[in-house]
Design a protein around this ligand. Structure first.
Ligand code: PLP
Length: 296
């Protein structure tokens, strides 16, 4: 059975799914994306991801190409046509295909591109979640609007590649002052000796994770203390637990940073508790999903 992809109004077999050579996403990274996990048939934090998608588009002065309701339908249709219950759903929206020119094309003559790809993902047997990952720190070389989820991901790809070439799971990026910004595709968290969670406050320096927002809700309910402040690489080495959060990695333990073992070098109890609570929340056992606000 061929994989089916949604591209600009059509459901196409994967091998035939493509966008134009002059698509502005290809030429200028002039586009945004979202990733939503479908876990056992539940779209995790769908509302929050669509909130953030609208905001990313607005920051780049682009409208939603279709209504929210239509997007919700298209995602489900991609899942249905691919017989998927566990998947990462990627929505990519660009300013469309136009003759190469830095200035924006006329929106009356150039339609946006909308692509939706659902890829199978095994959330239950994810080795990284079960055993944790080792990370390295490296310089954050990205642009200054990391709060927008654009398709310009080269700096993150380079960071991830460097980590993987060293046999590690991921990279944590560091600002010029020596504070961790975030993971290559995730938010970064540490837990201090006094059992407090630290994560970087929302600003243009990081992408405000939808999973991060859900974790805040869970921790408020479970009376787990969170302080939003930037933490240094050295503080991360001293942490008793550390983890990353994202739509597909969910809550993944970080067990080693630059060769420094974190805690006992395996997923710790607070990280596991937050992971289990998040899974219960996605299954609808913790009431309403949270909305996402830019908070900037
Ligand atoms: N930060 C970056 C740079 C990311 O790419 C991602 C997700 O892809 C996140 C944070 C986490 O965001 P979310 O929890 O909404 O997936």
């Amino acid at each position: 059975m061929p994989r089916i992809v949604y591209v600009n109004g059509e459901y196409l077999p994967y091998a035939q799914a493509s966008v134009h050579v002059e698509d502005r996403g290809f030429q200028f990274a002039d586009g945004v994306y979202e990733v939503i996990g479908c876990i056992h048939g539940h779209l995790a934090d769908e509302t929050g991801h669509l909130d953030r998608l609208e905001r990313s588009l607005a920051e780049l002065k682009m409208p939603m190409p279709v209504s929210r309701e239509t997007l919700r339908f298209l995602m489900r249709e991609c899942l249905r046509r691919n017989h998927l219950k566990n998947a990462g759903i990627y929505i990519q929206i660009t300013r469309g295909a136009a003759r190469r020119d830095f200035k924006f094309p006329d929106p009356n003559t150039t339609g946006q591109s909308l692509v939706i790809i659902a890829s199978s993902f095994n959330f239950d047997g994810n080795a990284a979640v079960l055993h944790g990952v080792k990370v390295k720190t490296l310089e954050d070389i990205r642009w200054k609007r990391r709060d927008i989820k654009t398709v310009a991901l080269l700096a993150q790809a380079l960071a991830k590649q460097e980590a993987v070439e060293e046999g590690l799971g991921d990279a944590w990026m560091v600002d010029p002052q020596g504070f961790i910004t975030e993971g290559s595709a995730s938010n970064a968290w540490i837990i201090t000796k006094d059992q407090t969670l630290l994560t970087r406050p929302v600003s243009h320096d990081i992408l405000r994770g939808v999973t991060r927002t859900a974790i805040e809700k869970i921790c408020a309910e479970k009376k787990i203390k969170i302080i939003e402040r930037a933490f240094t690489v050295h503080e991360a080495y001293e942490a008793v637990e550390a983890f990353t959060s994202s739509a597909t990695a969910l809550i993944t333990s970080v067990i080693e940073i630059d060769g420094h073992k974190i805690g006992e070098g395996k997923p710790g109890p607070i990280t596991k508790e937050i992971y289990n609570e998040y899974r219960a929340y996605v299954d609808g056992l913790r009431g309403e999903q949270v909305h996402w606000e830019a908070g900037l």
